[in-house]
Design a protein around this ligand. Structure first.
Ligand SMILES: Cc1cc2nc3c(=O)[nH]c(=O)nc-3n(C[C@H](O)[C@H](O)[C@H](O)COP(=O)(O)OP(=O)(O)OC[C@H]3O[C@@H](n4cnc5c(N)ncnc54)[C@H](O)[C@@H]3O)c2cc1C
Ligand SMILES: CC(C)=CCC/C(C)=C/CC/C(C)=C/CSC[C@H](N)C(=O)O
Length: 458
């Protein structure tokens, strides 16, 4: 089709979370494109990167931690001059609903020794497996720097490592067993990590399971002042126009361009390309696609994770701690039938973890909202609670295969990548992929090194 204005193609991005804002950023940095970008979001910039204010301090309630090898997020933080906040992990314990099957004490050397004593070789094996997975994962940065893009998630994963697609087809449990990891490690540590990170179990597929295990490694970080500063800065740096509007439908016109229909606005602006940067499964969206030659299906559903922020004191008797000073920071759970997935001490976004002076705030993750009796079991005193019900990340139950980034020439969907694994860095990788696809659709030679302007230092 003819671009509306060949000197300035018009691109709409629906969603202003990390996926939408990084897509806007990458498109704006594509030499030879010079796009006019409009970003639409029905609510706040940041989406699932969000904070809540408790007693004058902000706390992360959505995307919280980043891995030291999440290179895009790291580079964004550096580029915008943002300080990183170190997340020191306090003492953690694995709680099975009646007692701790493992709990850290005061001496770090002893903690390592007792973890090794309990899980032995499996601990080292998993450490190696996750390290190897991350080595292969990192290949995507060079592939994208070289301008390669993929129309579906399976091909993008293959570019990292041809065996990654196999990891989508077997459970974390099966994958770990296959590698010789013990039943005890899988039932306790792997299970607890899946529950805190994805509210799910080692039945989830091995790819998201490996990302989840990476999310329990040391060196995790977050952004001083709140992670959502990154999507705000990306939107700003992209020069895109932002509209606080809910998009109801995308209409394909006979000339191959797209128009958007809004919930509360009669205008129908025209675009040369549209990027969907939000989940669109039936349970997350009622989005309409009009006049396309085929019907789109977005199988799968999103897992509900309820984040309850509590300013108060833990009920130390529930957990058989001797007194309030013996309470540990991170209580992870190993029992599928328990009403909460994790209970962790949280620190404000601008105070380093473990620092004195912050209010005593705890984050509880559960699959259902907590009843009063449940809160009373966990806490002996509650001053304030904030409840955020997230459609958090896909249900990784093995029934949904990964989908397509390209829905139609000129129409792209970033969040297809979430069915491989949902994480902030995954959103950015998906966004760069669709930015490359859209640029190519609009006539830019994306594999021409001269047109590449965003390079990751490996
Ligand atoms: C509780 C929780 C904890 C998490 N912890 C971590 C973590 O520690 N580390 C990590 O890496 N990841 C974590 N994640 C995952 C991570 O937050 C997400 O993968 C990522 O933020 C998704 O970003 P996104 O931009 O793709 O989607 P979203 O952030 O959901 O953005 C989509 C945006 O689109 C907008 N929108 C939707 N429909 C429309 C419409 N019709 N019209 C206009 N706008 C629309 C929405 O309002 C939203 O703002 C966590 C997620 C949750 C929920
Ligand atoms: C994408 C790669 C290679 C690594 C990301 C690893 C990572 C940081 C995974 C975490 C994913 C996730 C959904 C965590 C949710 S809970 C986070 C935190 N414990 C909290 O309490 O909020």
């Amino acid at each position: 089709h003819q671009v509306l204005d060949p000197t300035q193609p018009r691109i709409a991005i629906i969603g202003a979370g990390i996926s939408g804002t990084s897509a806007a950023y990458f498109l704006s940095k594509t030499p030879g494109l010079n796009p006019k970008i409009d970003v639409y979001s029905k609510d706040l910039v940041g989406g699932r990167m969000a904070t809540v204010n408790i007693q004058g301090y902000d706390f992360e309630t959505g995307g919280s931690v980043l891995h030291p090898r999440n290179k895009y997020m790291k580079q964004f933080a550096e580029q915008f001059g943002f300080k990183r906040k170190k997340g020191i992990s306090g003492k953690f314990g694995l709680y099975d609903g009646s007692h701790f099957v493992y709990s850290e004490g005061d001496w770090s050397v002893m903690n390592v020794a007792s973890l090794l004593w309990r899980y032995g070789f499996s601990l080292l094996k998993v450490n190696t497996l996750v390290g190897e997975m991350l080595n292969q994962f990192e290949r995507i940065y060079n592939v994208q720097d070289d301008g390669y893009a993929f129309s579906n998630v399976a091909d993008l994963l293959s570019a990292m490592d041809p065996s990654f697609n196999m990891m989508l087809e077997r459970s974390l449990e099966a994958g770990l067993k296959h590698a010789g990891v013990s039943k005890l490690f899988i039932e306790e540590l792997a299970h607890a990590i899946m529950r805190v990170n994805y509210g799910q179990s080692p039945d989830a597929h091995q790819f998201v399971g490996s990302v989840s295990l990476a999310g329990a490694e040391t060196g995790l970080w977050s952004l001083h002042g709140g992670n959502k500063k990154i999507p705000h800065a990306l939107l700003n740096a992209s020069g895109a126009s932002f509209y606080n509007e809910e998009v109801e439908a995308i209409h394909l016109n006979t000339d191959g361009r797209f128009s958007l229909r809004f919930k509360e606005n009669d205008e129908m602006p025209l675009y040369d390309a549209v990027i969907l940067a939000t989940p669109v499964t039936n349970d997350t969206s009622t989005f309409g696609f009009e006049n396309f030659p085929r019907q789109f299906h977005f199988p799968g559903r999103y897992h509900q994770t309820v984040c309850t922020m509590v300013q108060g004191d833990i009920n130390y008797e529930t957990f058989n701690f001797a007194d309030s000073s013996s309470v540990i920071d991170d209580i992870f759970t190993t029992n599928r039938t328990l009403f909460f997935n994790s209970l962790a001490r949280n620190y404000p976004v601008d105070i380093d973890d473990g620092a004195e002076g912050a209010p005593s705030v705890w984050k509880v993750f559960s699959n259902e909202p907590l009843a009063k009796e449940e809160l009373d079991t966990l806490f002996s005193a509650i001053n304030e609670t904030f409840v955020i019900k997230w459609k958090a990340y896909p249900e990784y139950d093995g029934t949904t295969t990964t989908g397509n980034f390209t829905l139609h020439p000129g129409l792209y969907h970033v969040n297809a990548i979430e069915f491989a694994a949902s994480a902030m860095e995954m959103g950015v990788i998906g966004a760069r992929n669709v930015a490359l696809l859209a640029a190519s659709h609009l006539g830019v030679d994306i594999q021409d090194r001269k047109t590449q302007s965003f390079h990751i230092e490996l």
